[in-house]
Design a protein around this ligand. Structure first.
Ligand SMILES: [Zn+2]
Ligand SMILES: [Zn+2]
Ligand SMILES: [Zn+2]
Length: 256
C-alpha cells in the first residue's frame, strides 16, 4: 500500500488570498498547502478521498495515474469543488467512476452536480460517475473501505478506514469528536491521519492539542496531522510535535 497527501491545508488553502503573514509568504514548499485530499494505491486499486478545488493541480503535480473509485468525506466546498475533473478519468478509463459517500453526501452531490451523466453534446462534456450511498464497508477489488462516522460541528460526516495489502489506515480530515463505536473500528492501524487545524479552539475541528491527544488514544503505528491553517509553520510545528506525530506536506508519499 502507498498513500500520497494530495493536500493538507484548511479550506482557504495556504497561502491564503490577501494574507502577508510569515507562513503565507514563506518560500518553503512545505508551507504551501492545497485543500485536503488523499490518494491511496492498494491491491492495485487507485482510490481518491475527496476532490477539492485544487484537484486538477494535485493530479498533475503528484502523479495520480488512474481513479478506480472516489470516496467523499462530506460535501463542504473545500472537499468537492474539483469533482468535475473526474471527467478525465472516466474518459481515459472509458468507464463510469464509482463515487461513494454517506446518503446525505450523495444527496447533496446529486444536487450540486446535477449535470453529470447528462451529456448534452455528442462528446464527453461531463464526468461519467456512479453515485453510491455508502452505509457500510465497500470493496474495490481486494481493498475494503469502511466508513467511520464522526462529528464535524453539528454534522455527522465520514472518515474512512482503508484495508489492503495487509495494511490498515484511516483518514479523517474534518472532525471535532469521534464516537465510541467509531473508535472501536480503529484498532490496530498502521497509519492514522487526523484533523488538527490550528492551535486555537474551533467549533467544528480538533485543534492541534486535541488532535495529538486523540492520535495518542488511537495509537496507530504512525500518526499524521492534517487540515492545517497558516497559523503553523511546517518546521516549527514538526519540531513542537516531535517524533510521535508527523506533519505531512503536499506530495508526501508514505508506505505504511
Ligand atoms: Zn497567512
Ligand atoms: Zn468540512
Ligand atoms: Zn475541510
Amino acid at each position: 500500500m502507498r498513500f500520497t497527501f494530495l493536500g493538507t491545508g484548511t479550506s482557504h488553502g495556504i497561502p491564503m488570498i490577501g494574507c502577508r503573514c510569515t507562513v503565507c509568504t514563506s518560500a518553503d514548499p512545505k508551507n504551501k498547502r492545497r485543500r485536503c485530499s488523499l490518494y491511496v494505491v492498494a491491491e492495485g486499486q487507485h482510490l481518491v478521498f475527496d476532490t477539492p478545488p485544487d484537484f486538477r493541480d494535485q493530479v498533475l503535480s503528484f502523479g495520480v495515474e488512474r481513479v478506480d473509485a472516489v470516496f467523499l468525506t462530506h460535501p463542504h466546498a473545500d472537499h468537492i469543488f474539483g469533482f468535475d475533473d473526474v471527467r478525465r478519468f472516466s474518459t481515459l478509463q472509458d468507464a463510469h467512476i464509482p463515487v461513494h459517500g454517506s446518503p446525505e453526501t450523495i444527496r447533496l452531490m446529486r444536487k450540486k452536480f446535477d449535470y453529470v451523466d447528462k451529456p448534452s453534446y455528442g462528446f464527453e462534456s461531463v464526468p461519467r460517475v456512479r453515485f453510491t450511498e455508502q452505509t457500510g464497508p465497500v470493496e474495490v477489488g481486494n481493498t475494503r473501505i469502511i466508513p467511520l462516522p464522526v462529528w464535524h460541528g453539528q454534522e455527522t460526516i465520514y472518515g474512512f478506514r482503508i484495508d489492503g495489502d495487509g495494511k490498515r489506515i484511516a483518514y479523517m480530515p474534518d472532525c471535532n469528536a469521534i464516537p465510541g463505536e467509531t473508535l472501536a473500528l480503529m484498532e490496530g492501524l498502521d497509519a492514522m491521519i487526523l484533523d488538527g487545524l490550528r492551535p486555537e479552539a474551533h467549533p467544528t475541528h480538533f485543534n492541534i492539542g486535541q488532535c495529538v491527544e486523540q492520535l495518542a488514544r488511537i495509537g496507530a503505528r504512525r500518526s499524521f496531522i492534517t487540515h492545517l491553517t497558516h497559523s503553523s509553520d511546517h518546521h516549527a510545528l514538526q519540531a513542537r510535535l516531535g517524533a510521535a506525530v508527523t506533519v505531512p506536506w503536499d506530495g508526501l508519499k508514505v508506505e505504511p
